[in-house]
Write a protein that binds this ligand. Structure first.
Ligand code: CIR
Length: 269
């Protein structure tokens, strides 16, 4: 979700949950998954929600050697059809990338493919797009060299990039905020201030949400004023409903248990 505009959300990839998912990294929202069968059912509901709302979804096979492989968002950054393959910020996740890269390179022939080189590193989960304005989180997973490589691509495409420091109690930029439309950003109190995003473009707005609903701030906006959100975050839901969105709620408990949010589980391309 995070690097495409609303009008670019017709195709997405997801990746099945690995049988080793119980060993996924968890240091922020969760303390680790406890039930793989439930996780798989929740992931299926997620993928079904995308398909039944107009997204053409391709499911890549799980990689049993990589417990976090379901979180595809971190492995590739697709911007206007061009692909940046980052060096993922966590060593244990670097081997997840090849099948995702192969799929995208095949699908997006003729577009630019940039491969990041270490010591630059970045997780796709640190990038957020609001219309044609981009934000990147400087985090434990994304360093300045990684940000410089993203900036090169965005300069080439004529898009502005703003850098936001991610507080130590959060994993990624998209773990704590999202753009349910090309004009709105949901931001939790206690994590980021509206000022961290700079001056908003005309017609765009930041909506501050209560700190305890931080997980609910990660949403997937879809064409037709629809938005997929995690179940259990009433303020986020009512704020979106009041603005005329049709809300599609999904139980994400076993995904959250491994620090994954809605956007982490797909790449729109
Ligand atoms: C990790 O720590 O890398 C995974 N357990 C969670 C990744 C979540 N991805 C994301 O926010 N884009």
């Amino acid at each position: 979700m995070a690097t495409v505009r609303l009008d670019q959300k017709s195709r997405a990839i997801v990746r099945s949950i690995s049988d080793s998912y119980i060993n996924a990294i968890a240091s922020y929202f969760g303390s680790g998954p406890t039930d793989i069968a439930v996780a798989k059912a929740q992931h299926k509901a997620y993928s079904d929600a995308l398909s039944s709302n107009g997204v053409d979804v391709t499911t890549l096979e799980a990689d049993q050697n990589h417990p976090d492989c379901v979180f595809v968002e971190d492995q590739a950054v697709v911007i206007d059809g061009h692909v940046l393959l980052p060096v993922p910020g966590h060593e244990s996740r670097r081997g997840e990338q090849p099948p995702i890269a192969d799929f995208l390179v095949e699908q997006l022939k003729g577009h630019q493919i940039c491969k990041m080189q270490s010591p630059a590193m970045m997780d796709g989960g640190d990038i957020l797009r609001l219309g044609n304005l981009f934000f990147v989180g400087r985090s434990t997973r994304t360093n300045d060299a990684g940000i410089a490589e993203l900036k090169d691509l965005l300069d080439h495409l004529g898009h502005e990039l703003r850098v936001i420091d991610i507080p130590p109690h959060a994993l990624h930029l998209t773990s704590i905020c999202s753009t349910p439309s090309d004009q709105l950003i949901l931001v939790p109190e206690g994590y980021l201030s509206p000022e961290s995003f700079g001056v908003m473009p005309d017609g765009c707005e930041i909506i501050m949400m209560p700190q305890e609903e931080v997980y609910g701030c990660n949403t997937i906006g879809l064409p037709g004023n629809k938005v997929i959100l995690a179940e259990g975050y009433p303020t986020v839901k009512s704020e979106l409903e009041n603005r005329g969105f049709e809300c599609i709620s999904i139980d994400m408990s076993q995904i959250r248990a491994a620090d994954g949010s809605l956007t982490c589980c797909s790449i729109f391309y």
